[in-house]
Write a protein that binds this ligand. Structure first.
Ligand SMILES: Nc1nc2c(ncn2[C@@H]2O[C@H](COP(=O)(O)OP(=O)(O)O)[C@@H](O)[C@H]2O)c(=O)[nH]1
Ligand SMILES: [Mg+2]
Length: 356
């Protein structure tokens, strides 16, 4: 799962990257516009922490997401901008970062309130997608003119869809609901348009300023989930030794690093859910998409488990927690036997039975 940090220069993307990952972005080599830094981050989950405390396993493995720190999006047409967006389009979800601290460059360069700049980002996505659409239309029209008969039907259908997309984007509207069939939906998905990706907003607030006030103001201007954090403070927390964090958080009146909510939000935005496997050897979170079956879940662990699938023994986390132990949960009939088609739920604890 890749989550891209995008924004105008100086918004605080790199600061947020450090706050999320505890890592420093790597310095650019080559074209700075297409340079990226990546960091793998554990997804905090109090349920998994509870399971760790119960089982005291030798190994503890939370789910992870990968954050990608991108270069600032230039406001004007610039060499490399299309390549920057090509990389952004590879992400599963995006976090738009804007500043709310004094002297921030994105405020100076782009202007407007943090909420207005989040909208400005969405406009940039739209322009970049429009460019793709226009280029595609040109290509298909060329093909048709050349009389390439083999692909004629498909080309004509795609051209029709692309022209409708162009009309929408030129009006500044989103592509929501534009696909009229499963075919068109699949085609649209294959373009991985930036503006169709799940998007969260993060406002990087100057230390000491009320977070909720800033968050609510920005959230009122856009139709995406918005988080507010003290970026610099959070980056400091993330890079200090674990044992010093508690006292530091307390000093700032924080119960936990605010980036934890951002990580969870990004994870959820990709429609990812965890299910858990437990035991003395390992307590582990595995990641599937909402709606996926027990068979798919089994395959995440090992293809043999999917191939030889017999059944899943499933306990909902809340049931296990209420019972206090797996033995007690079983005695209360909270452990269910489920087949291949069972839709795995967020927080299910699963033992797979299989034979190969
Ligand atoms: N005062 C203040 N400065 C910040 C904060 N976050 C970032 N900065 C500074 O703003 C500048 C741009 O931040 P950076 O994270 O590099 O932005 P990027 O261009 O979006 O990656 C840097 O000089 C940071 O030190 C903040 O919360 N408060
Ligand atoms: Mg940066």
């Amino acid at each position: 799962m890749q989550i891209g940090l995008v924004g105008f220069a100086g918004a605080g993307r790199s600061t947020l990257f450090t706050a999320l990952s505890g890592l420093q972005p790597t310095p650019p080599s080559g074209n700075p516009l297409t340079h990226t830094s990546t960091g793998v981050v554990k997804v905090p989950d109090v349920r998994l922490e509870w399971l760790r405390d119960l089982f005291q396993p030798k190994k503890y493995t939370p789910a992870t997401v990968e954050f990608v720190d991108f270069a600032g999006i230039p406001r004007t047409a610039e060499k490399g901008k299309a390549e920057l967006f090509a990389k952004i389009r590879e992400c599963d979800a995006l976090i738009g970062v804007v500043s709310a601290f004094d002297g921030a460059a994105d405020e100076g360069d782009v202007g407007g309130s943090p909420g207005a700049r989040l909208k400005g980002l969405q406009e940039e996505f739209l322009f970049a997608d429009l460019e793709i659409v226009e280029r595609r239309i040109e290509r298909i029209e060329e093909n048709l003119k050349k009389g390439k008969t083999k692909t004629k039907d498909r080309d004509e259908r795609e051209l029709d869809l692309m022209k409708r997309c162009r009309d929408r984007l030129e009006e500044g509207a989103t592509l929501e609901g534009i696909a009229k069939s499963a075919d068109e939906e699949a085609l649209l998905t294959s373009y991985r348009f930036a503006q169709q990706k799940p998007l969260l907003g993060v406002v990087n607030v100057g230390e000491g300023t009320d977070l909720e006030e800033v968050r609510a103001a920005a959230a009122g201007e856009v139709r995406i989930p918005v988080f507010a954090i003290w970026g610099q403070v959070e980056a400091e927390i993330a890079t200090m030794p674990e044992e010093e964090r508690g006292a530091f958080l307390e000093e700032y009146g924080l119960t936990e690093p605010a980036v934890r909510a951002v990580i969870r939000g990004a994870f959820e935005a990709t429609r990812s859910i965890p299910f858990f496997t437990v035991g003395e050897d390992e307590v582990r979170a595995w990641v599937i998409r909402r709606g996926e079956s027990a068979l798919i879940a089994a395959g995440k662990i090992h293809s043999d488990i999917a191939r030889g699938f017999i059944r899943g023994e499933v306990t909902a986390f809340e049931d296990l927690k209420a019972a206090g132990s797996e033995r007690e949960a079983k005695a209360q009939n909270k452990m269910r036997l489920e087949g291949k088609e069972y839709v795995v739920q967020d927080g299910d604890i699963v033992h797979f039975r299989f034979s190969v």
